[in-house]
Design a protein around this ligand. Structure first.
Ligand code: APR
Length: 310
């Protein structure tokens, strides 16, 4: 019998989002994790700390912290979180120049050593960084996925559950569009135990939740003052990685390169996708009302403007 090898996931960026994502992946036991950062000692220290937690948590995944891309060779999944995070008063878009350079360099280093990997991009501004990663890797579009919709939907679900006084487990919600101020939460496609959200909560409460979801990232930046959210982003990133590693084919919103879908050409925008072992297995097109379509087109236009800055 041939030896079964554990899968390998590289997480680039050993900061708040990267290290927390590495923790989730390692603790799931689904894959060995290589944690990479440009700062010497940081990934090694966090990697060792995570490995020392393993006996208590009870998993055997190996965790390696490194500054050397050779250690990432033959990864199944590469998660990109390296870059600078927002400070109060900054929008995600303000990060574009610095983070484009970082994403370009880390993706080209990692992609050439793992030519069959699936890239999961987390660095902001998310949709624009997916374009950078697609180009720098030369990978097919199915293997370059942007994690944003799962996070925005998680925030939406949390607020709905809070307002309705029900378990988060029974709340489904969809947020489409770019991962920015123009994102499009879709109450009509959100439900509580299968009951459409608009039948459960009055319109003014739904509107307030939609607004809080859109500003969800900024709300946390405002509270933290020195950085941006990471627990929910890491959990949402793990959801995508797990669906790839286990070929679960979860239907979750992710940023995907649209080539005609939703009337958009050549742009990464958040849409419902089926995520499996091959990456984006399918983009699901749903019918939008005139109002939703307008909001989606506006969001796509905002992404386009940013991409043109690159
Ligand atoms: N190569 C590798 N790592 C790098 C590089 C590089 N060229 N440049 C920066 N980094 C590392 C930093 O050293 C730092 O450890 O990326 C890490 C970023 O971590 P944090 O500053 O803690 O930021 P974090 O909160 O994790 O957010 C990272 O994810 O959600 C997005 O908007 C967020 O774009 C931001 C990214």
């Amino acid at each position: 019998m041939s030896r079964i090898q554990r899968r390998k996931v590289t997480v680039i960026g050993a900061g708040n989002v990267g290290a927390t994502t590495a923790q989730r992946i390692a603790e799931s036991g689904l894959a060995d994790v290589v944690l990479v950062d440009i700062v010497e000692g940081l990934p090694q220290g966090k990697g060792l700390d995570l490995a020392e937690a393993a006996p208590v948590v009870g998993h055997d995944a190996r965790i390696l912290g490194t500054n050397n891309y050779d250690d990432t060779t033959d990864s199944d999944v590469i998660v990109v979180t390296s870059g600078i995070a927002r400070k109060p008063g900054m929008s995600r878009d303000d990060l574009i120049n610095t983070n484009a350079g970082i994403v370009r360099s880390v993706v080209s280093e990692a992609a050439k050593r793992s030519p069959h990997a699936i890239l999961v991009i987390v660095t902001n501004p998310l949709d624009a960084m997916c374009h950078v990663a697609l180009k720098a890797s030369g990978f097919p579009k199915e293997r370059v996925i942007g994690m944003a919709g799962t996070l925005d939907s998680a925030r939406f679900r949390h607020f709905i559950a809070l307002e309705a006084g029900v378990s988060v487990e029974d709340v489904r919600a969809f947020v489409l569009g770019g991962h920015g101020d123009t994102m499009v939460p879709l109450p009509r496609y959100s439900s509580i135990g299968g009951i459409p959200l608009p039948e459960f909560l009055p319109a003014d409460r739904v509107d307030a939740i939609v607004k809080r979801t859109r500003d969800g990232g900024a709300e946390i930046v405002g509270l933290l003052k020195t950085g941006s959210a990471f627990y929910a982003p890491a959990a949402a990133t793990f959801e995508v990685v797990e669906s790839i590693l286990l070929d679960r084919r979860r239907l979750i919103p992710c940023a995907a390169l649209l080539e005609g879908e939703y009337g958009v050409q050549g742009l990464y925008v958040g849409v419902p996708t089926v995520i499996g072992g091959g990456g984006i297995e399918r983009i699901v097109e749903i019918k939008l009302t005139a109002e939703e379509s307008t909001a989606f087109a506006k969001s796509a236009a905002a992404v386009k403007e940013l991409v043109e800055l690159l």
